[in-house]
Write a protein that binds this ligand. Structure first.
Ligand code: 13P
Length: 231
């Protein structure tokens, strides 16, 4: 399984160095990808975990104040990068068109995009979540070659589940995974949203899942180890 850790905007320099020490003690057969806050990327120095980023610029190097581009990420040995996380869609107004540009930048620089898709509670209640997921996927992969599309990892993260402790039923998750698989039959799919060491026994029954994207649990290494033992 793939387990991607999204630190979000957490850990000062000193805290991150201590965290890396703890993370370096993890022994597992699973593939672990750590996506630290961008300033902490330069501190990454462990080899039992792969390095990811949480965001990339839509653009090449140049006059884009505050942006980190894919070429720079690659130069720091970043191998994976989250794209279109719902927190960035909401807080930074990232659109699906932006995700398409970011994916192109990443693929051009040999970095595997982890494309996040997911619906709000309102979209689920109003039953337009299927259309939302389809739009997020189809716009993100527009004009890409088939071989490029296959390199993308998808993360299904229902927005109402992120950081809330609310996890959809397995049937609800499977329905969306099948929508994704209909469009992208060959891509790996992760689930994210309040996944933890307590609910993993239920979540791991879903055969369609290739791994998990963890937020809160990524910050607590002892609990993360329990989680990894269970999958
Ligand atoms: P939580 O695991 O804290 O719900 O966060 C999920 C997430 O947003 C990972 O990208």
């Amino acid at each position: 399984m793939i387990v991607a850790l999204n630190n979000k905007s957490n850990f000062t320099k000193e805290e991150f160095i201590k965290y890396l020490d703890e993370l370096s003690t993890i022994e597992t057969k699973h593939k672990i990808i750590l996506c630290p806050t961008s300033v902490n990327i330069a501190l990454f120095d462990i080899d039992n975990v792969s390095l990811g980023a949480q965001n990339v610029s839509n653009n090449l190097a140049g006059a884009h104040t505050g942006e980190v581009n894919a070429d720079q990420l690659e130069s720091f040995k970043v191998k994976y990068c989250l794209v279109g996380h719902s927190e960035r869609r909401e807080e930074q107004h990232i659109t699906s068109k932006d995700t398409n540009k970011k994916i192109k930048q990443l693929l051009d620089n040999h970095i595997t995009p982890i494309l996040c898709v997911g619906e709000t509670k309102e979209q689920r209640v109003h039953k337009n979540y299927r259309a939302v997921i389809r739009e997020e996927l189809l716009t993100a992969i527009k004009d890409l070659e088939e071989e490029e599309i296959k390199r993308i990892i998808i993360a299904y993260e229902p927005i109402y589940s992120i950081g809330t402790g609310i996890v959809p039923t397995n049937d609800e998750i499977i329905e969306v995974l099948n929508i994704i698989k209909k469009i992208l039959p060959d891509n790996k799919i992760l689930y994210g949203g309040s996944a933890n060491e307590d609910n993993i026994d239920t979540l791991k029954e879903i055969k369609e899942i290739d791994g998990f994207l963890l937020g809160g649990l990524s910050l607590e290494v002892e609990k993360l180890k329990l989680f990894l033992e269970k999958i």
